[in-house]
Design a protein around this ligand. Structure first.
Ligand SMILES: NC(=O)c1ccc[n+]([C@@H]2O[C@H](COP(=O)([O-])OP(=O)(O)OC[C@H]3O[C@@H](n4cnc5c(N)ncnc54)[C@H](OP(=O)(O)O)[C@@H]3O)[C@@H](O)[C@H]2O)c1
Length: 272
């Protein structure tokens, strides 16, 4: 999809961070934007900024983990715009905790938003794209879907599942001229770390993120928009994320050594 002008874009998790920046970047490209997340007031602010750029914006507060809300959100979107050209499944949150101490309900919370929150949107928006014979889906995974982060199993597993989903979907939707891009960022400037749920891990560990400089969110959105235009399959963002990914492919021993260093420097924060 080379020219984004006048395209209708749905962005989930658009009340802050990468989703908000993407909504504004799409407006700058000439798109009309539907913004959804749970915090209505934040969405209204984003919508005002989209309208200030001369583009249309629709606010639909939605909890992506609730399929009925997503169904209603899709109906409202199609009523307002009649179609959707680009779907960005970006909503998600972080979870940290030792794997063997996590309960089934913890897994449900993470997967219901990070994984099923994407499935719901695919079920309610992609059929219209296959019918119209064009479109693009962006799935927000993470570098931790490819490489691992000790004590980040729930988050990493949900993001790894999204990579499998994105790759299968891309092959299946090719014949309908619908592209799929799976995005695997490293550390990007946003509220993700501040809002990450810590269970049986000391809050102090949150400060470890300060050891890495995040990529400015606008740079990240420029890379994502370029990937949509070029119909890229999987993209990894930030040099550190790319380095970790290359190490994993280069040598399993080297990669496990890196994981061991991360484990040794973080396990003191675990509260058993
Ligand atoms: N920042 C990074 O370093 C990084 C790296 C790799 C991947 N990612 C991924 O990028 C995506 C965006 O995260 P971010 O960094 O921009 O973090 P963020 O600033 O915390 O934004 C997360 C967004 O997701 C929304 N959200 C969370 N749960 C939701 C739910 N149940 N229903 C609807 N919306 C929900 C939040 O809105 P409400 O609270 O208003 O609902 C918010 O708009 C996430 O999927 C994250 O895993 C981020």
């Amino acid at each position: 999809m080379k020219d984004l002008r006048d395209k209708i874009v749905v962005v989930t998790g658009a009340s802050g961070g990468i989703g908000k920046a993407l909504a504004l970047a799409f407006a700058d490209e000439g798109c009309h934007v539907v913004v959804c997340a749970r915090r209505k007031e934040e969405l209204e602010k984003v919508a005002s900024e989209v309208r200030a750029r001369g583009r249309k914006a629709l606010v639909v507060p939605t909890d992506v983990s609730d399929e009925e809300q997503v169904r209603a959100m899709a109906a409202e979107t199609f009523k307002a715009f009649g179609k959707v050209d680009i779907l960005v499944c970006n909503a998600g949150f972080g979870w940290t905790g030792p794997t063997h101490l996590m309960e089934r309900s913890d897994w449900d919370k993470v997967f219901n938003t990070n994984f099923f929150g994407v499935i719901h949107f695919i079920r309610h928006f992609v059929p219209s794209m296959t019918r119209q014979g064009q479109g693009h889906v962006v799935i927000m995974s993470s570098i931790f879907g490819i490489t691992c982060i000790p004590f980040g199993t729930l988050y990493a597993s949900s993001k790894a599942a999204l990579i499998a989903l994105g790759e299968c979907l891309r092959s299946e939707l090719k014949r309908y001229h619908v592209g799929v891009t799976t995005v695997c960022p490293g550390y990007i400037e946003s509220d993700l770390i501040a809002r990450t749920h810590f269970k049986k891990v000391d809050e102090e560990a949150r400060r470890l993120a300060a050891l890495v400089t995040p990529m400015p969110v606008e740079k990240c959105t420029r890379i994502i928009i370029r990937a949509i235009k070029k119909d890229k399959g999987v993209i990894v963002i930030t040099w550190l994320a790319k380095l970790l990914w290359y190490c994993k492919r280069l040598s399993q021993r080297l990669y496990e050594g890196i994981l061991l260093v991360i484990t040794l420097s973080t396990q003191r924060y675990v509260k058993e």
